[in-house]
Ligand binder design. Structure first.
Ligand code: 13P
Length: 303
């Protein structure tokens, strides 16, 4: 049986309503226990790294991540994805994303994300379109973002309840329709109430607020775009909202803080203790919060 591409697996996930978790790896030793947990829970997932994780944490480089992945991967359960490659980053600096994404594809990343969410709609479309052309040339699917999933920036968040009530920064369905049609993106990261875990040295150890999701907004976006949707800020979302979102178009959920914080705490004792903490937390997420243990065959079964 030939290997299913990440694009094919994501489309199956979207059709059958089984979410694909994508686990961030800010420290390389976190990768092996995540792969092991996926295998042991018989669940499919992505291993991913964002640019800020090799710049501000210890993922080192795309090459180092790819090497580690080649050592520990299990293609029955995992694929490698490039998370946030921002055109304007969390510190408001412009980034030349094209060479980074080209390098990721050369290093064997099987899907990539361009994050143009801090740009105007027109510019986001144009920059995403360039990356789609580059990546599709190598058969690699592209995730893009429209709307503001906050939390990576320094400084305090606006009060969460106000943010949720006003829907400030939520993805607009009409803009999303135009964005997807004109950019050619394969999957869309949407803002519907989740926030990213903080990453600045002063706040990265703090517990996240519990977020909710607007399923009505999600429905409107899903009807407008007709492609798999992605939920960022996957740590600490109310469980009922989370499960609803998987039935309403969310095909991929990004999870970083939930496994990073236990790793950082336990790794003060030893790397092995850190790895054990990651393993236990990943198993708990797969079994309880995401409830996808035993679903790998539904996504990876025969063509
Ligand atoms: P959390 O830190 O909330 O898990 O979000 C992760 C994420 O969205 C990475 O892209």
């Amino acid at each position: 049986m030939s290997k299913l591409s990440t694009g094919e697996v994501m489309h199956r996930a979207w059709r059958v309503g089984v979410v694909v978790p994508a686990f961030n790896i800010p420290y390389l030793p976190m990768m092996e226990p995540v792969v092991r947990a996926l295998r042991e829970c018989d669940a499919f997932g992505l291993i991913q790294v964002a640019r800020l994780e090799w710049i501000k944490f210890e993922a080192i480089s795309l090459k180092a991540v790819s090497r580690e992945y080649q050592k520990v991967k299990d293609e029955g359960y995992t694929r490698l994805h490039l998370d946030h490659c921002p055109v304007i980053d969390e510190d408001n600096l412009w980034v030349d994303v094209q060479p980074i994404i080209a390098d990721a594809i050369d290093q064997g990343f099987e899907s990539v994300m361009i994050d143009g969410s801090r740009l105007s709609l027109e510019e986001n479309i144009a920059r995403t379109r360039e990356i789609v052309e580059l990546a599709h040339g190598s058969g690699v699917p592209v995730e893009a973002e429209l709307g503001a999933v906050m939390g990576h920036e320094e400084g305090p968040l606006p009060p969460y309840e106000e943010l949720f009530r006003t829907g400030k920064g939520f993805t607009d369905p009409d803009e999303a329709r135009r964005f997807v049609k004109e950019s050619g993106a394969d999957w869309l990261s949407v803002a519907i109430g989740s926030v990213h875990g903080a990453i600045s040295p002063a706040t990265k150890d703090k517990a996240k607020i519990q977020a909710r999701l607007s399923i009505e907004q999600l429905d409107r976006i899903r009807e407008a775009v007709g492609i798999p949707l992605v939920l960022h800020g996957g740590t600490g979302i109310e469980k009922g909202c989370l499960q609803d979102s998987f039935r309403h178009g969310i095909a991929k959920i990004n999870i970083a803080t939930a496994i990073r914080q236990p790793y950082e705490r336990a790794a003060k004792v030893s790397i092995e203790a850190g790895q054990q903490a990651v393993y236990e937390e990943t198993v708990a997420l797969l079994r309880d919060e995401l409830a996808i243990a035993g679903t790998a065959a539904a996504l990876m079964g025969e063509r």
